[in-house]
Design a protein around this ligand. Structure first.
Ligand SMILES: Cc1cc2nc3c(=O)[nH]c(=O)nc-3n(C[C@H](O)[C@H](O)[C@H](O)COP(=O)(O)OP(=O)(O)OC[C@H]3O[C@@H](n4cnc5c(N)ncnc54)[C@H](O)[C@@H]3O)c2cc1C
Length: 230
């Protein structure tokens, strides 16, 4: 499985923080964004862990009104989730099973573009399926996949269109997908799908995406409760 961030809203943390601030002041967001915004707390004793300090400490800070750290923390605390809809992130995922994407697309507030089995012929000479780690009897599994591959290939060679030949393909079949969602929806999907109740492959994918997005926007994505690592 490969996960790559394709693109995202410019300055996602400041964009969301400006949106938050604009709900609490007469100044419009397009003026607010021209201010000197802070995405790190530079008060004495600052560390990554304690950057969300108490309100009293923050009030003494000269950057109080334009501190994205404080504003985003407060937005989460008061369930002001709409603020996080102003930043979107687009991620490309490859080499996951159709079993995974079937679960993924149930999250209807995200947008998807998935490799088509109607238009793209599966190359069964390549590594074309996922074998779950719980299947210890790998040989039998591989043999079955080999039989399916032969059958699929024969149908295609005999002129059956890919859209019909694919009916023999399994859930294990690899696919690629592009996902776009706003930060609020990512947050929601991370909560559901990094939980240990979730299926191992989708959990692994969301853990990888979360790690990528955390590097881009720690202020937005901090506070996700990670399920058990798979
Ligand atoms: C561990 C796990 C196991 C699962 N097992 C199954 C399963 O066995 N079978 C199965 O079919 N699905 C299963 N699902 C899928 C699950 O039921 C949801 O469809 C999926 O997680 C998408 O949820 P969502 O909150 O992102 O919903 P979305 O459908 O994307 O909706 C987004 C949000 O809009 C709101 N919303 C949407 N529609 C309505 C509505 N009609 N009424 C009220 N509020 C609404 C909710 O707040 C929801 O969170 C499972 C999911 C998980 C995480």
């Amino acid at each position: 499985m490969e996960v790559k961030v394709l693109s995202y809203t410019q300055n996602p943390e400041v964009t969301c923080a400006v949106a938050m601030r604009s709900t609490r002041t007469r100044e419009p967001a397009h003026k607010l964004i021209e201010r000197e915004w802070r995405t790190k707390c530079d008060l004495p004793n600052f560390t990554y862990e304690n950057r969300c300090r108490s309100l009293e400490t923050h009030m003494q800070c000269p950057h109080f009104s334009f501190c994205a750290v404080r504003l985003l923390k407060n937005a989460k605390k008061m369930n002001h989730w709409g603020v996080f809809e102003h930043a979107t992130f687009t991620v490309s995922v490859s080499g996951v099973s159709r079993a995974l994407t079937h679960q993924l697309v149930r999250h209807r507030l995200a947008s998807y573009s998935q490799q088509s089995q109607r238009q793209v012929k599966i190359d069964t000479n390549e590594d074309w399926y996922i074998k779950p780690p719980s299947i210890k009897d790998g040989q039998r599994f591989d043999m079955l996949m080999g039989e399916i591959a032969k059958c699929y290939q024969k149908y295609v060679d005999d002129g059956v269109p890919e859209e019909d030949a694919r009916f023999v393909l399994p859930n294990a079949c690899k696919t690629n997908i592009v996902i776009t969602a706003n930060a609020r929806e990512w947050f929601h999907m991370f909560k559901l799908r990094t939980d240990e109740q979730s299926q191992w492959e989708i959990r692994r994918m969301f853990q990888q995406i979360l790690e990528e997005l955390m590097m881009i926007s720690p202020l937005i994505f901090e506070g996700i409760i990670f399920g058990e690592k798979s």
